[in-house]
Design a protein around this ligand. Structure first.
Ligand code: HEM
Length: 423
């Protein structure tokens, strides 16, 4: 029996992803029966193709000239302006053009660009992510993790997301931006607001949201001027002072690049850290393997990122007709590359639903693939590795207890609260 219409439509609702059993059931059925599947959308959306097999996700990711990420074609998330308008109770026009922020919204960052312009924008910050640059950060990461974990001493339990998982990535972001550590709380708040659109605990009124965006833009613009006058080795200086075709980046693009780095480097790493501790709590025998043999931690990092899939999907839009598994994808069609599903493809890992910290096998898709492969993947892996090394040494009995609360979104696998016992 094929996947029901209700199940297909449910993939558009954030609620469906509050617990992953249902989407995994739907994706398993798609992979077995209909790997390229048309899914209707609610709220007047035109519908889209669900791509659920590992090989197909890779094939599409290697063809940015056919499958565009460009904002002009709709960008990297599924909801169309009509759908956003319906959900947020605003007009389609407002959803297309948030007026007060026209400058800010008018910008594009590398993640919503296609080659060749994508390559130029990516090159601007690439020096900040070379293996050498990142290796030199390891002592810094370890020092920060030590301080965070020392602050937990004497406690038998804590709320892990705010105490550890959220703290490290924003501290590292403040470091990469070379801004005072006190600013990190603002970075955290902004990042939550940007991705938390469907979550009642996070969503603000339209006016409040605008005010928060204006505050963010004001902060970023001030940094722009500062780093123009006093360039350093940090990511902001790279954005401000590198020229594209002899021209500096315009302000709208700069603001978008700033937001991208804040969100991309923050939420995802946080969720791989909290999701990793959750997975080890749910699989004590796997955790014991790491306690017995810490040299397995790098392999465990790979497995955690496969298992957790911090990014659930990315969208592409076909800009020419293309045939995939005998089906015609038409110019203009939307596609969802479900990384969450590709990472459980039984053809790649026969026991894909087993969490195994010592597994071999192909590289997971959590960092994407091809043209837009995550620029920060090494940094994220380093943070996760150091946290696990220090955490398992100091708190070998750490385990998640109580209710895990997720942010309401079908885009990111985002844990907002997770109580843990430390001893
Ligand atoms: C576990 C942590 C992380 C995960 C799972 C993750 C995931 C991803 C994914 C799936 C993409 C591909 C987007 C696409 O195909 O359209 C991406 C791109 C990107 N990520 Fe990450 N990311 C993580 C950490 C980071 C960090 C730490 C940074 C920077 C500090 C970062 C910065 C970026 C940027 C700038 C892009 C855009 C690259 C491009 O368009 O060429 N990410 N990330």
């Amino acid at each position: 029996m094929s996947v029901s219409q209700d199940d297909r439509i449910s993939l558009s609702y954030a609620e469906t992803f509050q617990n992953h059993d249902k989407p995994h059931r739907i994706f398993s059925q798609f992979r077995a029966e209909e790997p390229v599947a048309w899914c209707p959308e609610p709220w007047g959306g035109p519908g889209y193709w669900s791509i659920t097999k590992y090989d197909d996700i890779q094939e599409i990711s290697k063809l940015p000239k056919v499958f565009s990420s460009d904002q002009l074609h709709g960008g990297i998330t599924l909801p169309s302006p009509e759908m956003i308008a319906h959900r947020q109770n605003i007009t389609t026009e407002q959803a297309e053009n948030p007026s007060e922020l026209s400058d800010f919204q008018g910008g594009r960052s590398m993640i919503t660009m296609d080659p060749p312009v994508h390559n130029e924008h990516r090159r601007m910050v690439a020096p900040g992510f070379t293996p050498n640059t990142l290796d030199s950060l390891i002592p810094n990461i370890r020092g920060r993790v030590e301080v965070l974990l020392e602050s937990l001493e004497g406690q038998s339990e804590c709320e892990f997301v705010s105490s550890v998982a959220a703290e490290l990535p924003i501290q590292m972001l403040a470091e990469l931006f070379a801004v005072p550590q006190e600013v990190r709380h603002k970075l955290f708040e902004w990042s939550n607001l940007i991705i938390g659109g469907d979550d009642p605990d996070i969503t603000l009124s339209r006016d409040e949201l605008m005010a928060a965006f204006m505050e963010l833009a004001g902060f970023a613009m001030q940094l722009y001027t500062e780093r123009q006058q006093n360039p350093g080795e940090d990511l902001i200086s790279m954005l401000v002072n590198t020229k594209v075709n002899g021209e500096p980046m315009n302000m709208a693009d700069y603001l978008s690049a700033f937001v991208l780095l804040v969100v991309a480097g923050n939420e995802t790493t946080r969720n791989s850290i909290s999701g990793g501790v959750l997975a080890l709590s749910q699989h004590p025998a796997e955790k014991q393997k790491l306690l017995d043999d810490p040299s397995l931690i790098p392999a465990a990092v790979d497995e955690i990122v496969r298992w957790v899939h911090p990014v659930i999907y990315m969208r592409r839009t076909a800009v020419e007709d293309y045939e995939l598994r005998g089906l015609k994808i038409k110019k203009g069609d939307k596609l969802a590359l479900w990384y969450m599903s590709g990472n459980r493809d039984e053809e790649k890992w026969p026991d894909s639903f087993t969490f195994n910290v010592s597994r071999d096998g192909p590289r997971h898709l959590s960092f994407g693939y091809g043209q837009h492969l995550c620029i920060g993947w090494r940094l994220a892996e380093m943070q996760l590795r150091v946290v696990l090394e220090e955490l398992l040494t100091r708190y070998p009995d750490i385990r998640a207890t109580g209710e895990v609360r997720r942010i309401k979104t079908n885009f990111l696998n985002s844990i907002k609260q997770m109580p843990v016992a430390l001893a």
